[in-house]
Design a protein around this ligand. Structure first.
Ligand code: ZN
Length: 409
């Protein structure tokens, strides 16, 4: 059912204030995220949910439900290439889980081509008149998914929703951020969640609740991840399919560990960059923007002209990323913004202070390397000031995926 809000009375107030305060629209229960003031006209206190400020959700409003008529659509798939054997198996697995009504996890290496494996599942559910949502916590992932799915699925009926772009043309097949699910309750028979582990799902308990609310009682989740969080692995126990191989079937590159004390990053990096012999592009990850900028400013001028800094709050990040893709720079100083979703041929990655990164970040970063091309390219180096457990866990997980991959044709 669709959720909408109006002043007309219903059993569900938009904001519950009786015992604990709660927003019934976005499911926010964090007291700090509410605001109230005395409204002279109503002669009472008016509460606002700060999460829903753009929807203007306040305590004078009520939640209503609307059941759209069922819609069946036979969608054709148009893929310009053939699925690999492991992709065909995964696709078949998803269809079986839909029939069995069991949620599942696709534990796929970075660069395994996850989008292609979800197509048949989507087509099956829509062909039976069920509703489908493909969601991710991150807007850039949503845009990328929308582009690809619109290319492969021959249908005009896809709504793509994210903050600032939330016009819903139809409610049957949507691609959106998890946040946008606040417009639905018990609506989707299949919710495919890409990169559940990406910020901010882990830090925002609301997102899991929005997912649960949007699913029908018989519906299932299909989680796609290269670094799934433990709670998802536990929830899908016995229902996990591994995709350990990339298209080119080469194993994932194993990170090398090199000692570099925290205090000497600035000095040593300049020296190391001056001595890079090949013209390869190197992504250099920093845990902290300040250190990144200080290091950039202490670079030799000649090296500086070959280097760009890009981080998530950077207004010019889109232009810069485009320039990086066009190989305008040899060295890219970056934070976690390029940790996921950035693909380019012939990259190497260096991680400064790798002992300060989480293991899932390290796996994603290492996963940028050797994704494309006919032969092995690029290397992964973790520069550390003392090897951490996260570094060891990252290498262990990468080796384990490679071991699984060795048994797949
Ligand atoms: Zn709210």
């Amino acid at each position: 059912m669709r959720i909408f809000v109006s002043e007309q009375k219903s059993e569900i107030p938009a904001i519950e204030i009786e015992r604990n305060i709660k927003c019934n629209f976005c499911l926010n229960e964090n007291k700090k995220l509410f605001h109230h003031y005395f409204h002279q006209g109503f002669n009472e206190k008016l509460y606002y949910c700060r999460n829903c400020i753009s929807q203007n959700i306040n305590s004078k409003l009520f939640i209503h439900h609307y059941e759209p008529p069922q819609n069946i659509e036979q969608i054709k798939i148009d893929l310009p290439f053939k699925l690999t054997e492991q992709q065909r198996n995964a696709s078949q697995f998803i269809k079986e889980q839909i029939t069995l009504q069991k949620s599942c996890l696709l534990y796929a290496v970075t660069g395994a081509g996850k989008t292609e494996m979800i197509l048949e599942g989507i087509v099956k559910v829509r062909g039976e008149g069920g509703n489908v949502a493909v969601v991710s916590p991150r807007t850039d992932v949503v845009k990328e998914l929308s582009l690809r799915l619109s290319m492969y699925l021959k249908t005009e009926n896809i709504s793509t929703l994210y903050a600032g772009h939330s016009e819903m043309t139809q409610p049957y097949l949507i691609i959106s951020t998890i946040h946008q699910l606040m417009y639905f309750t018990s609506h989707f028979d299949l919710i495919i969640v890409d990169e559940i582990d990406a910020f901010p799902a882990q830090h925002d308990p609301r997102l899991m609740k929005l997912l649960e609310r949007a699913l029908t009682p018989k519906g299932i989740f299909v989680y796609l991840s290269a670094t799934p969080p433990k709670n998802i692995i536990r929830a899908c126990k016995g229902n996990i399919v591994y995709l350990p191989l990339r298209h080119h079937k080469r194993p994932l590159p194993i990170p090398q560990f090199k000692y570099l004390s925290h205090g000497s990053v600035r000095k040593k990096l300049d020296y190391m960059l001056r001595n890079v012999e090949t013209g390869e592009i190197i992504l250099i990850f920093f845990h902290d923007i300040r250190l990144m900028e200080q290091t950039f400013h202490s670079l030799n001028k000649n090296i500086q002209t070959k280097t760009v800094c890009v981080y998530s709050g950077d207004d010019e990040r889109h232009e810069k990323i485009e320039a990086i893709r066009n190989a305008s720079y040899q060295f890219v100083f970056t934070t976690t913004i390029l940790e996921r979703g950035f693909t380019m041929h012939g990259l190497s990655v260096w991680v400064m202070n790798s002992h300060l990164f989480r293991s899932d970040s390290l796996i994603q970063i290492a996963g940028r390397v050797d994704r494309k091309g006919d032969e092995r390219n690029g290397e992964v180096i973790f520069f550390h000031d003392g090897i951490s457990l996260s570094m060891i866990a990252a290498v262990r997980d990468i080796r384990q995926m490679n071991k699984r991959g060795a048994h797949v044709s």
